[in-house]
Design a protein around this ligand. Structure first.
Ligand code: UD1
Ligand code: UDP
Length: 368
Protein backbone atom coordinates (compact mmCIF):
# COMPACT_ATOMS: atom_id res chain seq x y z
CA UNK A 1 0.00 0.00 0.00
CA UNK A 2 1.61 3.22 -1.18
CA UNK A 3 0.65 6.64 0.24
CA UNK A 4 1.78 9.94 -1.26
CA UNK A 5 1.75 12.99 1.02
CA UNK A 6 1.55 16.29 -0.89
CA UNK A 7 1.92 19.75 0.60
CA UNK A 8 3.48 23.09 -0.23
CA UNK A 9 3.31 25.74 2.50
CA UNK A 10 4.62 26.25 6.03
CA UNK A 11 1.39 25.38 7.88
CA UNK A 12 0.67 22.28 5.80
CA UNK A 13 4.19 20.99 6.47
CA UNK A 14 3.86 21.57 10.23
CA UNK A 15 0.50 19.79 10.27
CA UNK A 16 1.69 16.84 8.14
CA UNK A 17 5.00 16.34 9.99
CA UNK A 18 4.00 14.01 12.82
CA UNK A 19 1.67 12.13 10.50
CA UNK A 20 4.58 11.60 8.08
CA UNK A 21 6.72 10.11 10.84
CA UNK A 22 3.91 7.92 12.20
CA UNK A 23 3.14 6.61 8.70
CA UNK A 24 6.83 5.94 8.08
CA UNK A 25 6.92 3.88 11.30
CA UNK A 26 4.01 1.75 10.07
CA UNK A 27 4.09 -0.77 7.22
CA UNK A 28 2.96 1.64 4.51
CA UNK A 29 5.22 2.71 1.68
CA UNK A 30 5.43 6.51 2.06
CA UNK A 31 6.42 9.08 -0.54
CA UNK A 32 6.43 12.86 -0.12
CA UNK A 33 5.96 15.48 -2.81
CA UNK A 34 6.27 19.17 -1.97
CA UNK A 35 5.01 21.70 -4.48
CA UNK A 36 7.13 24.31 -2.65
CA UNK A 37 4.37 26.89 -3.06
CA UNK A 38 6.42 28.40 -0.21
CA UNK A 39 10.20 28.08 -0.30
CA UNK A 40 12.18 29.41 2.70
CA UNK A 41 9.20 29.06 5.06
CA UNK A 42 8.62 25.47 3.92
CA UNK A 43 12.29 24.54 4.12
CA UNK A 44 12.46 25.75 7.75
CA UNK A 45 9.80 23.16 8.63
CA UNK A 46 11.26 20.34 6.52
CA UNK A 47 14.61 20.85 8.27
CA UNK A 48 13.23 20.91 11.78
CA UNK A 49 10.99 17.86 11.34
CA UNK A 50 13.60 16.01 9.25
CA UNK A 51 11.39 15.42 6.25
CA UNK A 52 13.24 14.69 3.02
CA UNK A 53 10.84 14.99 0.07
CA UNK A 54 11.02 12.45 -2.74
CA UNK A 55 9.80 15.14 -5.14
CA UNK A 56 10.27 18.90 -4.89
CA UNK A 57 8.37 20.77 -7.61
CA UNK A 58 10.04 24.04 -6.56
CA UNK A 59 7.12 26.15 -7.79
CA UNK A 60 7.35 29.34 -5.70
CA UNK A 61 7.71 32.57 -7.65
CA UNK A 62 7.83 36.04 -6.09
CA UNK A 63 4.25 37.37 -5.85
CA UNK A 64 2.88 34.31 -7.63
CA UNK A 65 -0.69 34.53 -8.92
CA UNK A 66 -3.32 32.04 -7.79
CA UNK A 67 -4.12 30.98 -11.38
CA UNK A 68 -0.49 30.73 -12.46
CA UNK A 69 0.36 28.60 -9.44
CA UNK A 70 -2.75 26.42 -9.85
CA UNK A 71 -1.90 25.68 -13.49
CA UNK A 72 1.68 24.79 -12.62
CA UNK A 73 0.65 22.46 -9.80
CA UNK A 74 -1.85 20.63 -12.03
CA UNK A 75 0.66 20.06 -14.78
CA UNK A 76 3.64 19.14 -12.56
CA UNK A 77 1.86 16.87 -10.09
CA UNK A 78 0.39 14.88 -12.98
CA UNK A 79 3.82 13.42 -13.78
CA UNK A 80 4.48 12.48 -10.14
CA UNK A 81 1.11 10.76 -9.82
CA UNK A 82 1.57 8.84 -13.07
CA UNK A 83 5.04 7.72 -12.07
CA UNK A 84 4.26 6.74 -8.46
CA UNK A 85 0.70 5.43 -8.95
CA UNK A 86 -0.09 5.77 -5.21
CA UNK A 87 -3.07 3.96 -3.70
CA UNK A 88 -3.89 7.06 -1.68
CA UNK A 89 -2.88 10.71 -1.79
CA UNK A 90 -3.07 12.76 1.43
CA UNK A 91 -3.54 16.52 1.22
CA UNK A 92 -3.99 19.06 3.97
CA UNK A 93 -6.28 22.00 4.61
CA UNK A 94 -7.06 24.88 2.32
CA UNK A 95 -4.20 25.94 0.09
CA UNK A 96 -3.84 26.11 -3.69
CA UNK A 97 -1.62 23.04 -3.33
CA UNK A 98 -4.27 20.99 -1.50
CA UNK A 99 -7.17 21.75 -3.84
CA UNK A 100 -5.14 21.38 -7.06
CA UNK A 101 -3.41 18.15 -5.97
CA UNK A 102 -6.78 16.68 -4.94
CA UNK A 103 -8.22 17.61 -8.34
CA UNK A 104 -5.25 16.12 -10.22
CA UNK A 105 -5.50 12.85 -8.27
CA UNK A 106 -9.25 12.68 -8.91
CA UNK A 107 -8.67 13.15 -12.66
CA UNK A 108 -6.41 10.09 -12.57
CA UNK A 109 -8.81 7.98 -10.50
CA UNK A 110 -6.56 8.02 -7.41
CA UNK A 111 -8.18 8.05 -3.96
CA UNK A 112 -7.60 11.13 -1.80
CA UNK A 113 -7.70 11.68 1.97
CA UNK A 114 -8.13 15.22 3.35
CA UNK A 115 -6.48 16.13 6.65
CA UNK A 116 -8.18 19.01 8.54
CA UNK A 117 -11.42 18.60 6.59
CA UNK A 118 -14.74 20.30 7.22
CA UNK A 119 -13.72 23.81 8.35
CA UNK A 120 -16.16 26.39 7.01
CA UNK A 121 -17.25 30.01 7.17
CA UNK A 122 -19.63 29.66 4.18
CA UNK A 123 -18.37 33.10 3.12
CA UNK A 124 -16.61 32.91 -0.26
CA UNK A 125 -14.60 36.04 0.45
CA UNK A 126 -13.28 35.18 3.92
CA UNK A 127 -10.94 33.50 4.12
CA UNK A 128 -10.18 34.10 0.42
CA UNK A 129 -9.53 31.84 -1.46
CA UNK A 130 -9.24 29.22 1.28
CA UNK A 131 -12.97 28.78 1.96
CA UNK A 132 -13.53 27.72 -1.63
CA UNK A 133 -10.34 25.61 -1.68
CA UNK A 134 -11.79 23.71 1.28
CA UNK A 135 -15.20 23.27 -0.33
CA UNK A 136 -13.69 22.09 -3.64
CA UNK A 137 -11.48 19.62 -1.80
CA UNK A 138 -14.41 18.24 0.20
CA UNK A 139 -16.36 17.59 -3.01
CA UNK A 140 -13.46 15.58 -4.44
CA UNK A 141 -11.93 13.50 -1.66
CA UNK A 142 -12.78 9.99 -0.46
CA UNK A 143 -11.80 10.20 3.22
CA UNK A 144 -12.35 13.29 5.39
CA UNK A 145 -10.22 13.53 8.56
CA UNK A 146 -11.96 16.20 10.62
CA UNK A 147 -10.39 18.00 13.60
CA UNK A 148 -13.55 18.81 15.59
CA UNK A 149 -17.21 17.90 16.08
CA UNK A 150 -18.23 21.13 14.33
CA UNK A 151 -16.15 20.22 11.25
CA UNK A 152 -17.77 16.77 11.16
CA UNK A 153 -21.19 18.38 11.47
CA UNK A 154 -20.47 20.76 8.58
CA UNK A 155 -19.68 17.84 6.29
CA UNK A 156 -22.74 15.87 7.38
CA UNK A 157 -24.88 18.92 6.57
CA UNK A 158 -23.30 18.88 3.09
CA UNK A 159 -24.54 15.29 2.67
CA UNK A 160 -21.10 13.74 2.91
CA UNK A 161 -21.55 10.17 4.13
CA UNK A 162 -20.77 9.52 7.80
CA UNK A 163 -18.72 6.43 6.85
CA UNK A 164 -16.20 8.57 4.97
CA UNK A 165 -15.61 10.95 7.93
CA UNK A 166 -13.06 10.23 10.66
CA UNK A 167 -12.87 12.70 13.56
CA UNK A 168 -9.32 12.87 14.87
CA UNK A 169 -8.46 16.22 16.46
CA UNK A 170 -6.00 18.53 14.74
CA UNK A 171 -2.50 17.28 13.88
CA UNK A 172 -1.14 20.75 14.72
CA UNK A 173 -1.51 19.85 18.39
CA UNK A 174 0.64 16.74 17.82
CA UNK A 175 3.30 18.95 16.23
CA UNK A 176 3.04 21.50 19.03
CA UNK A 177 3.42 18.97 21.86
CA UNK A 178 6.25 17.16 20.09
CA UNK A 179 8.05 20.47 19.61
CA UNK A 180 7.55 21.61 23.20
CA UNK A 181 9.04 18.40 24.51
CA UNK A 182 11.94 18.73 22.07
CA UNK A 183 12.78 22.33 23.08
CA UNK A 184 12.50 21.44 26.76
CA UNK A 185 14.89 18.51 26.47
CA UNK A 186 18.16 19.01 28.35
CA UNK A 187 20.62 19.17 25.47
CA UNK A 188 18.48 21.07 22.94
CA UNK A 189 20.25 24.14 21.53
CA UNK A 190 18.68 26.70 19.19
CA UNK A 191 20.53 29.83 18.11
CA UNK A 192 17.28 31.63 17.12
CA UNK A 193 15.89 31.12 20.63
CA UNK A 194 19.14 32.48 22.10
CA UNK A 195 18.77 35.59 19.91
CA UNK A 196 15.12 35.99 20.93
CA UNK A 197 16.08 35.83 24.60
CA UNK A 198 18.00 39.08 24.01
CA UNK A 199 14.85 40.93 22.89
CA UNK A 200 12.44 39.37 25.38
CA UNK A 201 12.89 41.96 28.15
CA UNK A 202 12.32 40.79 31.67
CA UNK A 203 9.19 42.25 33.24
CA UNK A 204 7.65 43.37 29.94
CA UNK A 205 4.55 41.78 28.46
CA UNK A 206 5.26 40.22 25.06
CA UNK A 207 2.70 40.80 22.33
CA UNK A 208 3.37 38.38 19.48
CA UNK A 209 1.97 39.45 16.11
CA UNK A 210 1.61 37.71 12.74
CA UNK A 211 -0.53 38.34 9.67
CA UNK A 212 -0.76 37.31 6.04
CA UNK A 213 -4.38 36.92 4.87
CA UNK A 214 -5.23 38.19 1.40
CA UNK A 215 -8.45 39.85 2.69
CA UNK A 216 -6.21 41.99 4.93
CA UNK A 217 -3.79 43.22 2.22
CA UNK A 218 -3.69 47.03 2.10
CA UNK A 219 -6.06 48.70 4.58
CA UNK A 220 -6.28 45.76 7.00
CA UNK A 221 -2.53 45.51 7.49
CA UNK A 222 -2.15 49.30 7.68
CA UNK A 223 -4.84 49.48 10.39
CA UNK A 224 -3.14 46.71 12.37
CA UNK A 225 0.20 48.57 12.17
CA UNK A 226 -1.44 51.82 13.35
CA UNK A 227 -2.91 49.98 16.33
CA UNK A 228 0.48 48.46 17.17
CA UNK A 229 2.11 51.91 17.01
CA UNK A 230 -0.39 53.19 19.57
CA UNK A 231 0.14 50.18 21.85
CA UNK A 232 3.92 50.54 21.55
CA UNK A 233 3.63 53.83 23.50
CA UNK A 234 3.08 51.72 26.64
CA UNK A 235 6.38 51.07 28.37
CA UNK A 236 5.26 47.72 29.82
CA UNK A 237 5.13 45.92 26.44
CA UNK A 238 7.44 44.56 23.77
CA UNK A 239 5.80 43.78 20.45
CA UNK A 240 7.52 41.02 18.44
CA UNK A 241 6.38 40.58 14.87
CA UNK A 242 7.86 37.79 12.68
CA UNK A 243 6.93 39.22 9.28
CA UNK A 244 5.56 36.88 6.56
CA UNK A 245 7.73 36.89 3.41
CA UNK A 246 4.82 37.81 1.15
CA UNK A 247 5.78 41.23 -0.34
CA UNK A 248 2.16 42.41 0.04
CA UNK A 249 2.66 42.07 3.78
CA UNK A 250 6.35 42.63 4.31
CA UNK A 251 6.69 45.95 2.51
CA UNK A 252 3.89 47.76 4.38
CA UNK A 253 4.84 46.33 7.79
CA UNK A 254 8.47 47.43 7.43
CA UNK A 255 7.47 50.85 6.11
CA UNK A 256 5.13 51.53 9.06
CA UNK A 257 6.78 49.78 11.99
CA UNK A 258 10.55 49.95 11.50
CA UNK A 259 12.56 52.09 13.91
CA UNK A 260 10.23 51.79 16.90
CA UNK A 261 12.04 50.75 20.08
CA UNK A 262 9.10 48.71 21.40
CA UNK A 263 8.40 46.91 18.11
CA UNK A 264 10.81 44.20 16.98
CA UNK A 265 10.34 43.09 13.38
CA UNK A 266 11.99 39.74 12.74
CA UNK A 267 12.18 37.25 9.86
CA UNK A 268 9.77 34.27 9.91
CA UNK A 269 10.91 32.07 12.78
CA UNK A 270 11.57 28.37 12.60
CA UNK A 271 8.80 26.37 14.26
CA UNK A 272 10.64 25.62 17.55
CA UNK A 273 11.61 29.29 17.95
CA UNK A 274 8.05 30.40 17.23
CA UNK A 275 6.62 27.90 19.71
CA UNK A 276 9.11 29.09 22.34
CA UNK A 277 8.07 32.68 21.68
CA UNK A 278 4.36 31.85 21.96
CA UNK A 279 5.13 30.35 25.38
CA UNK A 280 6.80 33.61 26.49
CA UNK A 281 3.97 35.81 25.19
CA UNK A 282 1.23 37.49 27.16
CA UNK A 283 -1.02 37.67 24.14
CA UNK A 284 -1.01 36.90 20.42
CA UNK A 285 -2.51 39.08 17.66
CA UNK A 286 -2.91 37.21 14.38
CA UNK A 287 -5.03 36.34 11.35
CA UNK A 288 -3.40 32.91 11.12
CA UNK A 289 -5.45 29.74 11.22
CA UNK A 290 -2.85 27.48 12.81
CA UNK A 291 -2.01 29.94 15.58
CA UNK A 292 -5.69 30.13 16.59
CA UNK A 293 -5.46 26.36 17.11
CA UNK A 294 -2.17 26.34 19.00
CA UNK A 295 -2.73 29.14 21.51
CA UNK A 296 -5.51 27.42 23.53
CA UNK A 297 -3.14 24.54 24.34
CA UNK A 298 -0.64 27.12 25.63
CA UNK A 299 -3.25 29.03 27.64
CA UNK A 300 -2.59 32.24 25.69
CA UNK A 301 -5.36 34.61 24.59
CA UNK A 302 -5.50 35.45 20.89
CA UNK A 303 -6.98 38.47 19.16
CA UNK A 304 -7.94 37.50 15.64
CA UNK A 305 -7.75 40.29 13.05
CA UNK A 306 -10.61 38.82 11.03
CA UNK A 307 -14.38 39.28 11.01
CA UNK A 308 -15.16 35.57 10.68
CA UNK A 309 -13.21 32.45 11.50
CA UNK A 310 -13.53 28.87 10.34
CA UNK A 311 -12.09 28.10 13.80
CA UNK A 312 -15.21 29.27 15.65
CA UNK A 313 -14.67 26.61 18.35
CA UNK A 314 -11.86 28.70 19.87
CA UNK A 315 -14.07 31.80 19.84
CA UNK A 316 -16.99 29.96 21.48
CA UNK A 317 -14.70 28.56 24.18
CA UNK A 318 -13.41 32.07 24.95
CA UNK A 319 -9.79 31.56 23.78
CA UNK A 320 -10.04 33.74 20.64
CA UNK A 321 -11.63 37.12 20.13
CA UNK A 322 -12.50 38.31 16.62
CA UNK A 323 -11.58 42.00 16.37
CA UNK A 324 -11.50 42.49 12.59
CA UNK A 325 -9.16 45.15 11.22
CA UNK A 326 -10.59 48.33 12.68
CA UNK A 327 -7.72 50.18 14.39
CA UNK A 328 -9.77 51.29 17.41
CA UNK A 329 -11.17 47.80 17.99
CA UNK A 330 -7.69 46.27 17.83
CA UNK A 331 -6.33 48.83 20.30
CA UNK A 332 -9.27 48.30 22.68
CA UNK A 333 -8.92 44.52 22.40
CA UNK A 334 -5.21 44.58 23.18
CA UNK A 335 -5.57 47.07 26.08
CA UNK A 336 -8.36 45.02 27.58
CA UNK A 337 -6.30 41.83 27.61
CA UNK A 338 -3.14 43.59 28.83
CA UNK A 339 -5.05 45.17 31.71
CA UNK A 340 -7.48 42.42 32.70
CA UNK A 341 -6.40 38.93 31.55
CA UNK A 342 -5.55 36.65 34.46
CA UNK A 343 -5.54 33.25 32.77
CA UNK A 344 -7.99 30.63 31.51
CA UNK A 345 -9.31 28.58 34.39
CA UNK A 346 -9.56 24.85 33.55
CA UNK A 347 -10.51 25.38 29.94
CA UNK A 348 -9.72 22.61 27.46
CA UNK A 349 -8.51 23.24 23.92
CA UNK A 350 -11.22 22.34 21.41
CA UNK A 351 -8.61 21.22 18.86
CA UNK A 352 -7.48 17.90 20.31
CA UNK A 353 -4.92 16.42 22.64
CA UNK A 354 -2.04 15.45 20.41
CA UNK A 355 -3.09 12.03 19.13
CA UNK A 356 -4.62 13.02 15.78
CA UNK A 357 -1.82 11.50 13.67
CA UNK A 358 -2.11 8.21 15.55
CA UNK A 359 -5.86 8.13 14.94
CA UNK A 360 -5.35 8.75 11.23
CA UNK A 361 -2.74 5.99 10.94
CA UNK A 362 -4.87 3.55 12.98
CA UNK A 363 -7.81 4.20 10.65
CA UNK A 364 -5.70 3.68 7.52
CA UNK A 365 -4.20 0.47 8.93
CA UNK A 366 -7.70 -0.91 9.51
CA UNK A 367 -8.92 0.23 6.11
CA UNK A 368 -6.07 -1.30 4.15
C1 UD1 B 1 -0.59 30.66 1.47
C2 UD1 B 1 -1.96 29.96 1.48
C3 UD1 B 1 -2.68 30.25 2.78
C4 UD1 B 1 -1.83 29.93 3.97
C5 UD1 B 1 -0.49 30.67 3.86
C6 UD1 B 1 0.39 30.27 4.99
C7 UD1 B 1 -3.12 29.76 -0.66
C8 UD1 B 1 -4.10 30.34 -1.57
N1 UD1 B 1 -2.80 30.48 0.42
O1 UD1 B 1 -0.80 32.06 1.43
O2 UD1 B 1 -3.87 29.47 2.84
O3 UD1 B 1 -2.50 30.35 5.13
O4 UD1 B 1 0.12 30.30 2.63
O5 UD1 B 1 1.44 31.15 5.19
O6 UD1 B 1 -2.64 28.68 -0.90
N2 UD1 B 1 6.90 33.98 -0.11
C9 UD1 B 1 8.29 33.91 -0.05
N3 UD1 B 1 8.85 32.85 0.60
C10 UD1 B 1 8.15 31.89 1.23
C11 UD1 B 1 6.74 31.99 1.19
C12 UD1 B 1 6.12 33.03 0.51
O7 UD1 B 1 8.99 34.74 -0.59
O8 UD1 B 1 8.73 30.96 1.80
C13 UD1 B 1 6.26 35.10 -0.85
C14 UD1 B 1 6.38 34.92 -2.37
O9 UD1 B 1 6.53 36.17 -2.97
C15 UD1 B 1 5.02 34.32 -2.73
C16 UD1 B 1 4.11 35.08 -1.78
O10 UD1 B 1 4.87 35.13 -0.55
O11 UD1 B 1 4.67 34.53 -4.08
C17 UD1 B 1 2.74 34.50 -1.54
O12 UD1 B 1 2.77 33.10 -1.29
P1 UD1 B 1 1.42 32.23 -1.56
O13 UD1 B 1 1.73 30.81 -1.23
O14 UD1 B 1 0.85 32.52 -2.89
O15 UD1 B 1 0.34 32.81 -0.61
P2 UD1 B 1 0.31 33.07 0.90
O16 UD1 B 1 -0.22 34.42 1.01
O17 UD1 B 1 1.61 32.75 1.51
N1 UDP C 1 4.76 29.84 12.50
C1 UDP C 1 6.16 29.64 12.46
N2 UDP C 1 6.98 30.73 12.36
C2 UDP C 1 6.52 32.00 12.30
C3 UDP C 1 5.10 32.20 12.32
C4 UDP C 1 4.27 31.11 12.42
O1 UDP C 1 6.62 28.50 12.53
O2 UDP C 1 7.32 32.94 12.23
C5 UDP C 1 3.87 28.67 12.58
C6 UDP C 1 2.73 28.75 13.58
O3 UDP C 1 3.13 28.24 14.85
C7 UDP C 1 1.65 27.90 12.93
C8 UDP C 1 1.89 28.11 11.44
O4 UDP C 1 3.21 28.58 11.31
O5 UDP C 1 1.81 26.52 13.21
C9 UDP C 1 0.91 29.10 10.90
O6 UDP C 1 1.26 29.44 9.60
P1 UDP C 1 0.59 30.66 8.83
O7 UDP C 1 0.10 31.66 9.80
O8 UDP C 1 1.56 31.08 7.79
O9 UDP C 1 -0.62 29.96 8.05
P2 UDP C 1 -2.13 29.58 8.45
O10 UDP C 1 -2.10 28.79 9.71
O11 UDP C 1 -2.89 30.86 8.58
O12 UDP C 1 -2.62 28.79 7.28
Amino acid sequence: MKILLCFGTRPEAIKMATLYHKLKDSNFEIKVCVTAQHRQMLDQVLNFFEIIPDYDLDLMQPSQSLNGLSAKILSKIDKVLLLEKPDLVLVHGDTTTSSMVALAAFHLGIKVGHIEAGLRTYNKQAPFPEEINRQITSRIVDIHFTPTKQATQNLLCEKISRESIVQTGNTVIDALFWTISKIQSANYKNEEIEQLKKIVSKGKKIILVTGHRRENYGEGIKNLCKALLKISERDDVTIIYPVHLNPNVKDIVHELLSNNKNVKLVEPLSYPAFVWLMQQSFLVVTDSGGIQEETPSLGKPVLVTRNVSERQEGVDAGFSILVGTNTTKIIEGIQNILNNFTGFKNKMSPYGNGDASKKIVDYLLKLY
